[in-house]
Ligand binder design. Structure first.
Ligand SMILES: [Zn+2]
Length: 280
């Protein structure tokens, strides 16, 4: 089909715009990644502040009202079957609540490779509105030896990028969040991560380590079958709080909501909590 002059110009314009976007993506991946975060302007602002920090978002404001917390579960590489019961408990609570329960899932590439069926089930629950999942990049191979991702032999950028691509391909790339394996990091890794446009999500209530849930907490348990104790504690905690959760006295929040609400009630709050973690 022959194009007229106006159509030809329009076509060339589109191609040119396409090239500009492509060049922009190549020149500044951080910029375009941050652009994925296009929700609440306040959320964008807080993310920007953390990236400029750089720092780790370990918890929200202790003064949000009604009080609330965020649940995060890690899917590190594992040889054991996942803890399906944990997620079923979250689905069940959401059903009682009348809306899907928000949960942050930090997922590693190795786990995705090994457990495609479990992943498909999580994706299905999310799609069916039974869970509201915020996917968190948890690195591709999740190195443990030699101090996790701090190990200078590890290609950190590759660990983050390969996993991001894997998540994109699986259509589960929906947040700017990253979680360091073992919650172990150092300042130079933080700088690298910020440069790539990711916000590090820490946790102040790693239940299996005896840390307690407070207002604004980020709870951490492992859903990969390696931390049955933590999972039991979370289930017990949710049972204990169930009535208050169902009546809205306590709220289960997404990470995004925890950040934005915290910024609203506590504008001066330092989300940037730069804490030198213990090495192993
Ligand atoms: Zn992990």
């Amino acid at each position: 089909m022959e194009m007229n002059r106006a159509e030809r110009i329009r076509c060339r314009g589109h191609a040119l715009a396409g090239w500009v976007v492509l060049l922009l993506v190549m020149a500044c991946p951080a910029l375009t990644r941050a652009a994925n975060v296009n929700r609440d302007p306040l959320f964008r602002d807080v993310v920007k502040r953390i990236l400029e920090g750089p720092g780790v978002f370990n918890h929200g404001s202790r003064r949000i009202s009604p009080p609330g917390f965020a649940i995060t579960t890690d899917l590190c590489p594992s040889t054991k079957p996942w803890n399906r019961g944990l997620y079923e408990a979250l689905v069940a609570l959401g059903r009682k609540l009348g809306k899907p329960l928000p949960v942050g899932i930090a997922i590693s590439g190795r786990w995705m490779e090994r457990y495609p069926k479990a992943l498909a089930q999580l994706v299905r629950w999310n799609k069916e509105g039974k869970l509201a999942i915020t996917w968190i990049n948890h690195s591709d191979t999740h190195p443990v030896r030699g101090n996790f991702l701090v190990n200078p032999k590890v290609d950190f950028t590759k660990e983050v990028e390969v996993q991001a691509n894997r998540m994109r391909a699986a259509k589960i790339f929906n947040s700017p969040f990253f979680r360091f394996p073992g919650l172990i990091f150092n300042f130079s890794r933080m700088r690298q991560l910020s440069g790539m446009g990711y916000v590090a999500v820490g946790a102040d209530a790693w239940l299996a380590k005896g840390e307690r849930v407070r207002n604004g907490s980020i709870i951490l348990v492992h859903g990969n079958g390696n931390e049955k104790f933590g999972v039991r504690l979370l289930k017990a905690f949710l049972r204990l709080k169930e009535k208050e959760i169902l009546t809205g006295k306590w709220r289960v929040l997404s990470l995004e909501k925890l950040l934005t609400e915290s910024a609203r009630v506590d504008p001066g709050l330092q989300f940037i909590s730069w804490v030198q973690p213990k090495s192993r």
